[in-house]
Design a binder for this molecule. Sequence first.
Ligand code: PMP
Length: 353
Amino acid sequence: MKWEENVRRVVPYTPGEQPQKTGVIKLNTNENPYAPAPGVAKAAAALDAEKFRLYPAFPEKTALAEELAARCHIGTDQIFIGVGSDDVLSMAFMTFFQSGRPILFPDITYSFYDVWADVYQIPYERKALDQDFQIRPADYKKPNGGVIFPNPNAPTGVLMPLEAVEEIVAANRDVVVIVDEAYIDFGGTSALPLIEKYDNLLVVQTFSKSRSMAGMRIGFACGHPALIRYLNDVKYSVNSYTMNTAALELGVEAVRDEAYFEACCQKIMDTRARAEERLLKLGFVFPKSCANFIFASHQTMPAREIFERLQENDIYVRWWDKDRISNYLRITIGTDEQMEILYQALGRIFHLP
Ligand code: PMP
């Protein structure tokens, strides 16, 4: 068809599977195995459907923005709220990476970055992680059109110390550096305080992991008010009403309950520590994870085979047929009960007594 010559062609991002059958142990998309804070369920039950008649509020004018600003010790003019951090990151790519020079990100990283770069026609260069899957700050000290990396990195779980993050931000004052902190609450130190010092730093976080709200789609970015203004200008030039009324109302409750949030993250970190021991005993090796998943390779059985055998047992983990990582599985930390089922299945797969 002739019109196909003028189509923007992209290879879309492939998210992990969302199996619809019940009884599945789902350790493939880094969801939180625990319910959101109890206040979220209460607020959900109290939602007034009559209100859905109206367009939603502008996110930056809501109680959610106030609550987040208070928690982050910043002003509401330093926060941008979007439909999950994917929406926030996509807007940030569109807004900040316009120089025509290549943006930089790691070779092993969140596989949405190259997709956004392609769809927005932004050139990019991938910088190889070292053998231990560490980001090398020196790689990010050359002329570029912007920098983005997750901290902790995904899918490796490897955390970069805050000093190294600052080193990269400080070396790139003429471009925007985006730190994607989707997993920062599971043991990392956030770069958030650095936004007061660096007007080129955008820190992005999400409610999808540590706040158990992946289905509600809430993410946010923090940065200098000028960064936030530019983001809003682009966002309001694409779609005025991205966040829905329910998400804006329920999100507040997830932020208010700090005690629940902390206890929930701690439970996952404790389960992760136990998982490290069990996986080691089962013959896996992995870098130290500061996220709610472990990126593990088995010493004898190929990752693909384990992945397939687990799936036959209705246990879903994530595997990529990609350079450097095709012998790794990314295993999301579930409840202790779910993890026990995983270890038992692995024991059977490896024919352990
Ligand atoms: N960044 C990273 C590194 C991720 O792994 C994910 C989850 N797929 C996201 C951002 C996006 O998460 P969400 O849109 O649910 O906030």
